[in-house]
Write a protein that binds this ligand. Structure first.
Ligand SMILES: Nc1ncnc2c1ncn2[C@@H]1O[C@H](COP(=O)(O)OP(=O)(O)OP(=O)(O)O)[C@@H](O)[C@H]1O
Length: 216
C-alpha cells in the first residue's frame, strides 16, 4: 500500500492557489523529494501532508487516513527547517523532556541511536553542530515511533560532512521502512532521494505517479 497518497490537491490562499491539481504517491520506505524554487508550494504541501492544514480541494491520505481529521491516529512526525532550540539543556535532558509528552515512546538511547547521536547524551544543546541539531529534531519525532517523516529542507545550510551524516541517517531509516517526504530547493539534494517531484508555481510538473519504482 502507498503510505502517502495525494490526489488532485489544491490549497488556496485568498485569490491565489499555492498548490494546484497535485497528485502523487509515496510507497513504504520510499524517500520522495519535492523540489522547487522559493514560493513553489513545497511547505504548503508538507503542511497538508502532516495534517496541519486542511486542503481547499482534493484528498490526502497518510496510511489510509485523513491526516487533518485524524492526526493523532498517525505515527507521523514533522521536522521544520528552523528546528527546535533548547538552550540550557543537554541532549539527554531534551530527549527525556520530550519522552514525558510522548505516548509509548522509544527509549532515549534507541531514539538517539536511530538518529545517529549515540554518546551525545551529556552534550549541551549549544555545543551541537548544525547537523547534530537537525538530527536531534529527527530523534524527537522518532521517539513517537514515527514511521512517516515530513522533513522541511533537512539538509539546507549544512556543509558536506554534516549533510552526508543526515543523508546516512535518512537512508538507514528508509531501509527500515520509514517513509520520507522532504522538500528541497537543491536539485543535487533532490536527486539523492528515490523519487523527485518538481513543483513549479504550485503544480507538480514531473514526479507524479508516472514513475514509481518501488511499486513495480
Ligand atoms: N499562510 C499563507 N497565507 C497566504 N499565502 C501563503 C501562506 N503560506 C504560503 N503562502 C503563499 O503560497 C505560496 C507557496 O508558499 P510555500 O511556503 O508553500 O512555498 P515554498 O516552496 O515552501 O517556498 P520556500 O522555499 O520559500 O519555503 C507562496 O506564494 C506563499 O507566499
Amino acid at each position: 500500500m502507498d503510505v502517502i497518497e495525494v490526489r488532485d490537491l489544491r490549497v488556496r490562499f485568498g485569490e491565489r492557489d499555492a498548490v494546484r491539481d497535485v497528485s502523487f504517491t509515496v510507497a513504504r520506505g520510499e524517500m520522495y523529494a519535492l523540489l522547487g524554487r522559493h514560493g513553489a508550494g513545497k511547505t504548503t504541501l508538507l503542511e497538508v501532508g502532516a495534517g496541519l492544514r486542511r486542503p481547499t480541494g482534493g484528498t490526502v491520505r497518510v496510511c489510509g487516513v485523513d491526516p487533518y481529521e485524524r492526526r493523532d491516529a498517525l505515527r507521523a512526525g514533522t521536522v521544520w527547517r528552523d528546528g527546535g532550540l533548547f538552550p540550557g539543556l543537554t541532549v539527554g535532558e531534551v530527549v527525556d523532556a520530550w519522552r514525558r509528552w510522548t505516548l509509548d515512546p522509544l527509549t532515549a538511547a534507541e531514539a538517539l541511536r536511530l538518529a545517529g547521536l549515540s554518546g551525545l547524551e551529556n552534550v549541551p544543546f549549544e555545543r551541537l553542530t548544525p547537523g547534530e541539531r537537525r538530527l536531534l529534531d529527527v530523534a524527537l519525532v522518532l521517539l513517537a515511533r514515527s514511521d512517516v517523516l515530513f522533513l522541511d529542507e533537512p539538509t539546507a545550510d549544512l556543509q558536506d560532512a554534516p549533510r552526508e551524516r543526515v543523508w546516512g541517517v535518512l537512508r538507514a531509516l528508509s531501509a527500515h521502512g520509514v517513509t520520507v517526504l522532504m522538500t528541497t530547493r537543491s536539485p543535487d539534494e533532490a536527486c539523492r532521494a528515490d523519487r523527485v517531484g518538481i513543483l513549479d508555481e504550485g503544480r507538480l510538473v514531473t514526479g507524479g505517479d508516472e514513475a514509481h519504482p518501488k511499486a513495480a
